[in-house]
Design a protein around this ligand. Sequence first.
Ligand code: 5AD
Ligand code: SF4
Length: 471
Amino acid sequence: MSKRVLIETVGCQMNLLDSEMVVALLRRDGYSVTHDVEMADVVLFNTCSVRQHAEDKVYSALGTLRRWKQEHPDRILGVLGCMAQKEQHELFARIPYLDLVVGPGQLQRLSELLAGAAAGERRQMAVSLGRTAGSRDEIRRSHETFDPLRDPTMRPTPFQAYLRIQIGCDKFCTYCVVPMTRGPEQGRPPGAILREAQTLARQGCVEITLLGQTVNSYRYETGGQTTDLADLLFRLHEIPEIQRLKFVTNFPPDMTPRLLQTVRALPKCSPYLHVPLQSGSNAVLRRMKRGYTVEQYRDMMHGIWDTVPAAAVSSDFIVGFPGETDEDFAGTVAAVREFRFKNSFIFKYSPRPGTKAITRFPDDVPQDVKLARNNELLAIQDAISQEDNQRFIGRTVQVLVEGPSKTARKRAATGPRLQLTGRTHCDRIVVFEGTLQHVGAMLPIVIVEATAHTLFGRHATRSAMRPGHFE
Ligand code: 5AD
Ligand code: SF4
């Protein structure tokens, strides 16, 4: 009987994609996937180091697996991803029964390491070089991702996929571990990206989200020729099966007019831009080393509004960064009010070992102040999202149907009709009633109700569609 692997994934889209590829690799080696830990021969955690909380949760989950491992010592327990890279010296010491530690740039070696562990070799580790542990080329190579094997069954839906166009990050924001865990910024060759997109299209994928830590900084140079994200979008746009193209996450200073014009020119490009501002205070932005001021971000927003008027822009914020005063925070509140983001992800600052901020700036904003600022900003953003979503009421939007809604998944089916969920071109979530046959289709939906995070609608019949109201 084939061996069974359980993989638990936390963190960003990069990790979801890495897990998809790991499963494809292990399936090729004869493994099958299980969701039941008692049935699993191998348990892998694909981990995140961006905040302390994410690491704590993994350590605690690893702790609960002590019995699981002791009962059957031939079972294999592994940590993959950013924590494996960052905690390479701590993991085996803290979890003595751990078998594998594999950094995000070394996942291609997982087959070999698992085989070694199965043969009784203990404490196998594969991590990339640190940012100063070799020549630039050696460091880069140690962070290379493996030749992608895609496994549509591992994706939330087979018709949507992530495609990595860039690995690593060179921006070194002072609070962030990513440049250490994922290494130097490297653009993947355009030919490899196109081939992968064509494979995805053949597998039935209609929506591709291009991934990069600073995706709009993407560059690939060869033979005196440079390819940037706009060039890539033009080439991907020609794949007939692909209906939607998205890209995340953008770095504000690299949002060029040419890229915005490309988004406007290419109908398959979603008018959706995730461009984290992080703080509305210039003093904080400077300490974060973000490389822009609020004024420059404002100019960029005007560029977006002028070029792609229908664009939905979303952001990330860190509250309670060292030294953040009430006035600094008031600047963030003012920015959220001014820029009216579609939504914002708000995080409380978490000091990370290995970053500049942890050595330069004491974590001096009290936890309760961080929490209060987090809640206040969230409430302001939600009120804006709720207000802005009202203008969709009565409009017809094109929705790519993803599957049963959360509510439908919890409820037992009572007939062929059920609550479905999907997204508009501008990345808004829409919930409506339909049948399982609709999953994967692009449907016109008339919006009848709107909350901060969800639009509710019904499937529009042709006569009910009003021309000129497509999103
Ligand atoms: N503390 C809190 N939030 C962080 N982020 C990155 N590093 C930290 C940290 N040390 C947030 C940023 C980033 C998002 C993915 O996570 O807002 O955009
Ligand atoms: Fe981290 Fe800044 Fe790079 Fe984003 S741009 S991954 S926040 S260092």
